[in-house]
Design a protein around this ligand. Structure first.
Ligand code: 5GP
Length: 192
């Protein structure tokens, strides 16, 4: 799984607090990058939301299934995200499948998982997405209207924690200008 010097690892890992606009950025990277790139589908123990499809948005697993996969080393990284009680993880098989098809792998994962992933892929292009102000995190999060107050409060606390790790990423971006943020990311991929 480790990168060799003759074969670049071609992994892009994107993190940022909830409400920082990661989903939008992901969509734009997939459509605008001039290198072939595919999003890795993560596994999770979180139940699917209404519009979510197994194998497309996530591989939905029971806690037992996830634990078995974790113990047998099927994950590149995994973490209990946002202290939600739900586990999320990147499957090795998913990374291999995408890399073997000659594409870059795009991962949108939490900070804990991303820091672990950077140990395994030190050459990964790591991106931390910020919003212009702390207040804006909150209004974007509330604007989605999908989370309960309890979840919002937990995510805000996690966001403050996650911000402390921003300088461990290769690039930090402020999502106040979407086009510029996407262009910066795409240029950094093309120059590799
Ligand atoms: P949601 O439940 O809203 O789909 O995702 C919650 C968070 O889980 C996201 O902010 C995302 O960063 C994180 N996440 C999604 N997939 C993975 C993964 O494979 N590993 C880790 N560590 N975090 C993930």
């Amino acid at each position: 799984m480790k990168e060799t010097s003759s074969e670049p690892c071609r992994v892009v890992v994107l993190s940022g607090p909830s409400g920082s606009g990661k989903t939008t950025i992901v969509g734009r990277i997939l459509s605008d990058a001039s290198v072939p790139i595919e999003m890795a589908v993560s596994a999770t123990t979180r139940p699917p939301r209404d519009n979510e499809i197994h194998g497309k948005h996530y591989y939905f697993m029971s806690s037992d299934e996830f634990e078995k996969s974790r113990i047998s080393g099927e994950f590149v990284e995994c973490a209990e995200v946002h202290r939600s009680g739900y586990w999320y993880g990147t499957l090795k098989s998913e990374v291999d499948r995408i890399q073997n098809s000659g594409r870059w792998v795009l991962l949108e994962i939490d900070v804990e998982g991303a820091l672990n992933l950077m140990q395994i892929y030190p050459e990964a292009v790591s991106l931390f997405l910020k919003t212009p102000s702390a207040d804006e995190y909150e209004s974007r999060l509330r604007g989605r209207g999908t989370e309960s107050e309890e979840v919002i409060q937990r995510r805000l606390r996690t966001a403050a924690e996650e911000l402390k790790s921003a300088d461990k990423y290769r690039y930090q971006m402020i999502n106040d200008d979407l086009d510029r943020a996407v262009q910066e990311i795409c240029t950094s991929l093309e120059s590799r």
